[in-house]
Design a protein around this ligand. Structure first.
Ligand code: GLC
Length: 470
């Protein structure tokens, strides 16, 4: 079986979120069983030399509406997976994949239209059996596959329903889409075009990244306006929990860590904490260290953390944040960190620093408002760092409360009863109390390191779905 896995971002070439990690880790795991090709755009900011990307001989044109686009192809190897890169100027001339400070690029309909149509041509060129699409950037491929290559089997994964690719009605013409798709059953949405709907409507199978999120997206609270539409397509919807690359995320060999550790050399974890606290001006290294790593968005519950911050910063622990996003949130955090020696903030996306923080921390705070899967809690389990999470989506499926005896979920942590600043303060209090029971805290941290957070099981579920299709 030959699989083509298409995504707008793949680690390490381009990453804005968990999609990139999954688009690296899942194909790597699948490649042990089947023939896998990955494909992504060759954005201008990708360093071709560093990643040893080479030009292929193939180049061709595609048409969208009245316009013709020149496509050239490049290739490289990513952890054993052959990866194709699509180059076209409109698509690739950018400094980040989706937008800049002023918001999303206005040409995103055309940019990802170009990518999506090219993906279908590549499926034809490389005699692909199953095309695996990810998120709205590739969703139009499902529609074009039905037209151009009806025998191709298509699976579409929703990583985050909050991003759907909404465009004005005029995009229909710009993309050269036939009018009959512009219906509520098709890709019409409040008078405009919704790319995500194409992925859901025209794929043979739809998956999302956790069983709980698969149920949640059929409810108004999480469905982002598509709950009814998803209910209609629910017979082909499956929830498969993500994993992480357990080689890239292994505290025993992780090159980013000053001190490597595993279950045996677990005392080294504390050395990482001491070094981190010293470097970031956090006083009293004996205190527990709690970290938050992620985008500054309401999805991640950072606004609620900010609400709880005045109380949190009076409590006996060190708090460190790494991330970027909403500027107002960033500003509030910056001011708070200037006034407190138990709070440090680092702005930006820094892969290596994030690894060091997972290793240094005693606890990870992740009170997401909604979380399709979430990878940080999985990384934290792998690094023996106890997660404090909200009870939603993939967090529900990967972390059970330490007082809960249900063994169906492997990881243990502190689960918020609901999302509120008071609930966060209460959970942190509980965590600090747990920290004083040194033996129990150590037992849970170590037990978490035993959990299987790899992609092996999930890859088996995807393989089953692919095999059913062909
Ligand atoms: C998105 C989701 C996140 C998920 C990731 C990978 O970033 O927000 O929950 O883990 O995609 O599927």
């Amino acid at each position: 079986m030959k699989l083509l896995f298409a995504a707008a971002e793949i680690f390490p070439y381009a990453k804005t979120g968990g999609l990139a990690d999954v688009a690296q880790a899942l194909p790597t795991t699948l490649a042990k069983e089947i023939d896998v090709l990955s494909v992504m755009p060759l954005y201008d900011f990708i360093d071709r030399e560093k990643f040893a990307l080479t030009a292929m001989n193939e180049s061709f044109q595609i048409t969208l509406g009245k316009d013709i686009y020149e496509i050239s192809l490049f290739e490289g190897m990513n952890q054993g997976v052959r990866t194709l890169f699509v180059y076209e100027a409109t698509l690739c001339h950018c400094i980040t994949p989706y937008g800049n400070k002023n918001g999303d690029y206005l040409s995103n309909d055309i940019r990802f239209g170009i990518f999506s149509k090219t993906v279908v041509i590549l499926a034809q060129m490389f005699e692909i059996d199953v095309l695996h699409l990810n998120d709205w950037h590739t969703a139009l491929s499902a529609l074009w596959a039905k037209e151009i290559l009806p025998e191709l089997h298509v699976i579409f994964t929703i990583h985050n329903l909050a991003f759907q690719g909404h465009f004005p009605r005029e995009s229909m013409e710009r993309l050269g889409l036939r009018e009959h798709y512009f219906t509520p059953e098709g890709i019409e949405f409040w008078g405009g075009v919704n790319c995500m709907k194409a992925g859901i409507a025209y794929s043979d199978v739809v998956t999302t990244v956790s069983p709980t999120y698969a149920k949640e997206i059929m409810l108004p609270e999480f469905g982002c306006g598509l709950e009814g539409f998803i209910q209609v397509h629910s017979p082909k919807l499956h929830g498969i929990l993500n994993g992480i690359d357990t080689v890239l995320f292994d505290p025993l060999i992780d090159p980013a860590l000053p001190k490597n550790y595993g279950l045996e050399k677990f005392t080294n974890k504390k050395k990482n904490k001491i070094l981190f606290c010293e470097e970031h001006g956090l006083r009293d290294v004996q205190k527990p260290l709690i970290v938050f790593i992620g985008r500054f968005t309401e999805q991640k519950g950072l606004d609620v953390i900010i609400e709880a911050l005045p109380k949190l910063l009076t409590m006996k622990f060190n708090f460190a944040i790494l991330g970027e996003g909403d500027e107002a949130m960033a500003e509030t955090l910056k001011i708070a960190s200037k006034n407190h020696d138990n709070f440090s903030i680092q702005f930006g996306y820094d892969e290596s620093l994030s690894h060091r923080m997972y290793a240094a921390a005693d606890l990870l705070l992740m009170p997401s408002r909604f979380e399709p899967c979430g990878l940080n809690q999985l990384i934290s389990l792998r690094y023996g760092t106890i997660p404090i999470v909200n009870d939603v989506g993939g967090l529900h499926d990967s972390v059970r409360d330490i007082d809960d005896t249900d063994r169906s979920v492997c990881g243990q942590g502190i689960v918020l009863s609901k999302l509120s600043s008071n609930a966060i303060v209460r959970s942190v209090k509980r965590a600090l109390q747990l920290f004083t029971s040194t033996k129990l805290f150590l037992k849970i941290s170590k037990a978490n390191m035993h959990c299987d957070v790899s992609f092996e099981e999930s890859a088996k579920s995807y393989l089953k779905l692919y095999r059913k299709l062909v």
